[in-house]
Design a protein around this ligand. Structure first.
Ligand SMILES: Cc1cc2nc3c(=O)[nH]c(=O)nc-3n(C[C@H](O)[C@H](O)[C@H](O)COP(=O)(O)OP(=O)(O)OC[C@H]3O[C@@H](n4cnc5c(N)ncnc54)[C@H](O)[C@@H]3O)c2cc1C
Length: 402
């Protein structure tokens, strides 16, 4: 089967019932919500939720039907991220990161024997894939790598100081960037997909953080030995622009919108209860509830608009590489993260002390701590600085729908 046939089957699955995705995600969300507090307080991996995702076969949902998956679209996946975000931020972020890695396989692995085999394994064995982009002291500057792939005939190896690998200890595989070769520039990068039997992880940094505690995003020394076919055939530069950034930003934003929605739901319950208790009189915090609903609406609108734009061009390399699309997909991350924080803050102010408490029905403490990671995950300042030149070059729109 050629690439076009696989893409066609992926887009128009003949027997796919899309409504089942919602039901299956709802089952996982129910399990995730039950263990969310323990996952947060103990900073532990949400094992029950991920087991439930495996049981519902959601880890392979995006894999084309030809390789044993369900051929879920980016819209289906982001819906799942939103539903999980409402239940447990860490579960949702783990799911979002896994799906971003799977999308690299789906969009850039067809035609490569190793990557096709891995897609089949993800679908059949429900493998969980982690991500390694952050390295050494390089922060969120993921378009420059330090560690290089070493080559000896068909065998390759990589040793990487991975500052953060979320759920590294629990994952079945890792998708990692690296410098192409010892004599290559830092920006000449490749992407590799590796599985448990090919690597070891030596813990270097623990994960004792304010929020997103269940992602268990510890630091590791990654030591890998494998074969050259594990390197994706396309240069990372193209995978980054066409898939890694768009899918990561859409999935992360959907998670943050889910977290924001959970806080709005609590604020709504609080305001309703307060109004009932005072004979229908709105409490003073009601204005903050309205503000929270307003920013949540904006947040959902910007995600769905960018989602539509990505879905319309997802197989059009030129459109995806355009300055306009690249700016908008980067700005989505910045705007969505800021709006999500703003929404949860407004929800907290609507609930007052009941929201600030760490216990009770109206607490939004966990959501606030979790959502504060959003502007830092590939720092917004870094993104804004990076796209300053591109923003200067693109024209000011002459109409509303340009
Ligand atoms: C919950 C969570 C999970 C994560 N999971 C993973 C994972 O699984 N795998 C992985 O590889 N990484 C992961 N990361 C790391 C993430 O991808 C970023 O690399 C990391 O958040 C950046 O860290 P930093 O703030 O230390 O570095 P930087 O991005 O360097 O930021 C540090 C400071 O420097 C400033 N700064 C840096 N560069 C610039 C610039 N050019 N212009 C303006 N200001 C700048 C920033 O504003 C910031 O104040 C995770 C992060 C979080 C929060």
């Amino acid at each position: 089967m050629n690439v076009q046939e696989v893409q066609f089957r992926n887009r128009v699955p003949f027997s796919l019932d899309r409504s089942s995705f919602r039901q299956r995600a709802a089952c996982v969300a129910e399990v995730a919500a039950m263990e969310a507090e323990a996952v947060d307080s103990e900073a532990r991996f949400p094992q029950n939720a991920i087991d439930a995702a495996r049981k519902e076969r959601l880890l392979g949902a995006q894999i084309p039907t030809a390789f044993g998956g369900d051929g879920a679209s980016i819209s289906d996946i982001t819906d799942m991220c939103y539903a999980l975000g409402r239940a447990c931020s860490s579960t949702a972020m783990i799911f979002a990161m896994h799906q971003t890695k799977v999308s690299c396989l789906v969009r850039h692995g067809v035609g490569s024997g190793y990557h096709e085999m891995l897609m089949r394994r993800v679908a059949a064995e429900q493998l969980l894939l982690a991500s390694s982009t952050t390295e050494g002291q390089n922060g969120g500057n993921i378009r420059v790598s330090s560690a290089a792939v070493e080559r000896g005939g068909t065998e390759i190896s990589l040793v990487r100081d991975a500052t953060v690998i979320s759920y590294g200890a629990e994952a079945d595989g890792i998708v990692t960037i690296a410098r192409r070769a010892d004599d290559a520039a830092g920006s000449d990068q490749v992407l590799l997909a590796i599985t448990r039997d090919d690597y070891t992880l030596e813990p270097t940094l623990a994960w004792e953080t304010l929020g997103m505690r269940g992602t268990c995003s510890a630091g590791f020394k990654l030591n890998f030995k494998g074969v050259a076919e594990q390197i994706f055939p396309e240069a990372y530069e193209r995978i980054h622009a066409q898939t890694m950034t768009p899918v990561a930003h859409l999935c992360w934003s959907s998670v943050w919108a889910g977290i924001a929605a959970a806080s709005v739901e609590r604020a709504q319950l609080f305001i309703r209860k307060a109004a009932r208790g005072s004979g229908g009189q709105m409490p003073p915090g009601a204005a903050h509830f309205t503000a929270a609903k307003m920013t949540l609406t904006k947040l959902r609108a910007i995600i769905t608009a960018t989602l539509d734009s990505y879905a319309a061009h997802e197989h059009d390399e030129r459109a995806l590489s355009s300055l306009d699309f690249q700016s908008s997909i980067n700005l989505l991350k910045v705007e969505a993260s800021e709006l999500a924080v703003e929404t949860v803050m407004s929800a907290m102010r609507a609930c007052g002390l009941s929201g600030y408490r760490n216990d009770g029905d109206f607490t939004v403490g966990r959501q606030l701590r979790d959502v504060l990671s959003a502007p830092l995950m590939i720092n917004n300042d870094r993104i804004l600085t990076n796209i300053a030149t591109a923003s200067l070059m693109s024209g000011v729109p002459t109409s509303l729908r340009d």
